[in-house]
Design a protein around this ligand. Structure first.
Ligand code: ADP
Length: 261
């Protein structure tokens, strides 16, 4: 266990009042380490597809006479797929930094959830069809609006739904439900799939943390989806919880505060 270093600053204020501030240096060090790891992970995530792009385009350019049309098409589709992968990583990194930049402002717009749930379901419909998964919508009547940022709530729903489809067993349903829970609205997205082992549950919301990196990559994951969800929930003063059984499936719950009218 790391030793904690405490720094105490005593600054004189007006009159006899004194401000005593405790700064936990081990926390500051952990935050710095996280930043360093994040930059290293992000660079690594982009370096791999970039190397593929360079290798394949060099071959196409330098040996263009020897490459037959079928091989050329195959190379071009690899190049395209890798470029799309880089685009997804960069888009997610931009989202993450935007959400983080806004973390001290709590969104207060009254947001109706049904239209957002419908839009999220619509945008995943094709993927669901390809995987033979039914999308089930289970929304309570007269759901109150939540206090939030509609763009970010849509992004949260998109990320949870695409994970449920990605890690759900093909042919099994994915359910989105929404109902009131005290002063909050509970949104839940469930799948019947891989599940997440208990030792991974606490870590899957970390940036670039994946249970199985090659599986996530081959299914188009960036490793950032759940950390984006976590940041959105925190900004909304909401709560996130994960229920999962390995080999059975996962339900991710998000509680968002009901808007004050
Ligand atoms: P990714 O882009 O890899 O899906 P996420 O941040 O969205 O990244 O999720 C992190 C990891 O958590 C995933 O790589 C996967 O291992 C696990 N995970 C997320 N959602 C689910 C789910 N619904 N079922 C099983 N595992 C999941």
């Amino acid at each position: 266990k790391s030793r904690r270093h405490w720094l105490m600053r005593v600054a004189p204020l007006e009159g006899s009042t004194r401000l005593i501030r405790f700064v936990d240096r081990s926390e500051a060090r952990a935050a710095e380490q996280m930043r360093v790891d994040f930059v290293a992970n992000a660079s690594h995530e982009l370096r791999t597809p970039l190397a593929t792009l360079i290798g394949y385009t060099e071959t196409l350019r330098e040996q263009s006479d020897e490459v037959d049309p079928a091989t050329r098409d195959r190379f071009l589709s690899v190049v395209h797929d890798e470029a799309l992968r880089m685009q997804r990583v960069v888009e997610d990194l931009i989202s993450l930094s935007r959400i983080e930049a806004e973390k001290f402002t709590t969104p207060t717009d009254a947001v109706a959830l049904e239209p957002l749930i419908d839009r999220a379901l619509e945008s995943e419909r094709r993927t669901a069809q390809k995987r033979g998964s039914e999308l089930v919508r289970d929304v309570a009547e007269r759901l109150p609006p939540v206090a939030g940022d509609s763009g970010q709530i849509l992004q949260l729903l998109d990320n949870l739904l695409s994970n449920a489809l990605r890690y759900g067993e093909p042919g099994t349903p994915v359910t989105v439900s929404a109902r009131t829970d005290g002063s909050m609205v509970r949104l839940s997205v469930s799948d019947c799939g891989d599940g997440i082992a208990p030792e991974h549950i606490a870590r899957v919301t970390e940036r670039f943390y994946r249970v199985d990196t090659s599986r996530s990559r081959s299914l188009g994951g960036t490793g950032l989806g759940l950390s984006i969800v976590k940041h959105i929930v925190e900004r909304h003063r909401g709560r996130l919880s994960i229920d999962s059984i390995v080999g059975k499936g996962t339900t991710i719950h998000v509680l968002l505060p009901i808007a004050v009218s």
